[in-house]
Design a protein around this ligand. Structure first.
Ligand code: UDP
Length: 333
């Protein structure tokens, strides 16, 4: 099957002369989702045109388009002639003119630009979007892009945007209570938020900035646990934040690293098989932190759970079923 896949084009913060590629140089959830889904689609014999990530490495079966503007994107899709267009840009990069069957994966909070042929990454996200029957397909992970590590080092990890809605500060509170250092990786676009964490937990937090490449995979693989303590408040996008899909959960699990999460958005749907959900109250103490650490599953258990549920081949098959529905002319909301 021929699939044109569109992601929103973003400039790479550390070097704005580059676009964020697939896979990304550093931070980039949608770019990792596209990379691992493309892995699965290519392995099942599909042909993919990738739009919105110029500079990404092409490979057999994958063509990377340089198109960025909507009319260039239209021309590129027309000359590729796909069976289906898979949009990850909330229609921002896609000229929606009904010429090609479209499947749209929603990656954000709230209601998407169009409900037509939507795919959601969690039941919590679908509910907020106002859809009851559209497919829920989990974010994929390719274990070959992760590093499995059974023996762990003595640190906890936060990896993501260093922002209030992502619960980086709460991760510092937990790590302090657990008496473990917290490595914090990711862009800090709200510097006063990072400064507060560093001022309140100077002996716990080690901020290492945005990471990519081999350093990133090692960092995830060696952590005792990853902290995903997303919060409803503090979203820079407005409204109450409900974690839509949480790419870091499957990446950590596929590296043998268990997850400690808050009860937010998709997290109670996906975390219990690869870690633990903290109670919303009372506040974390040394006792509750120890109890959470002691209850974590083993590295082999979380790897198996990740591959069984979110492996790139399984998720690619689920998308192929949806692509076929769209290509047959089916429409759903
Ligand atoms: N990430 C990274 N380097 C960093 C921080 C984050 O590679 O320094 C990656 C992380 O591994 C994940 C993505 O960026 O793949 C963040 O996606 P997630 O869905 O967890 O968060 P969101 O997209 O909601 O910010």
């Amino acid at each position: 099957m021929k699939i044109a896949m569109i992601i929103p084009p973003f400039r790479y913060g550390a070097d704005p002369s580059q676009w964020i590629t697939v896979p990304p140089q550093g931070y980039g959830g949608i770019q990792w989702v596209a990379a691992t889904l493309i892995d699965g689609l290519l392995e099942t014999g599909c042909e993919v045109l990738l739009l919105g990530a110029p500079g990404s490495p092409p490979r057999s079966g994958l063509t990377v388009s340089t198109a960025i503007e909507r009319d260039e994107i239209r021309t590129a899709i027309d000359s590729f002639g796909p069976a289906v267009v898979h949009d990850h840009s909330n229609l921002a990069a896609l000229p929606l003119d009904g010429q090609w069957p479209v499947v749209s994966t929603h990656h954000l909070n709230g209601v998407p630009a169009s409900l037509e042929n939507g795919v959601y990454v969690s039941a919590a996200q679908r509910l907020k979007a106002g859809s009851e029957t559209a497919p829920v397909i989990r974010l994929p992970v390719n274990p070959e892009r992760c590093l499995f590590q059974e023996e762990k080092d003595d640190y906890l990890l936060f990896m993501g945007r260093v922002s209030a809605h992502k619960g980086a500060y709460e991760a510092a509170v937990f790590a302090h209570a657990a008496n473990l250092p917290l490595k914090v990786a990711g862009p800090a676009w709200e510097p006063e938020y990072l400064d507060r964490m560093l001022a309140d937990y100077p002996h716990t937090v080690d901020y290492i900035g945005e990471v990519g490449g081999h350093f990133r995979t090692e960092l995830i693989a060696h952590a005792k646990a990853i902290l995903v303590l997303s919060q409803t408040s503090g979203s820079p996008f407005g409204g109450r934040w409900a974690e839509p899909g949480a790419t870091v959960v499957s990446e950590a699990a596929a590296s043998g690293t268990p997850v400690i999460a808050s009860n937010n958005g998709c997290l109670p749907e996906i975390v219990p098989s690869v870690g633990t959900i903290l109670p919303s109250a009372p506040k974390i103490t040394a006792t509750t932190a120890k109890a959470a650490m002691d209850a974590l599953p083993t590295a082999h258990e979380v790897l198996k759970a990740a591959v069984d549920q979110w492996g790139h081949l399984k998720i690619a098959q689920e998308y192929l079923t949806v692509y076929e529905r769209a290509a047959r002319g089916e429409r759903w909301t």
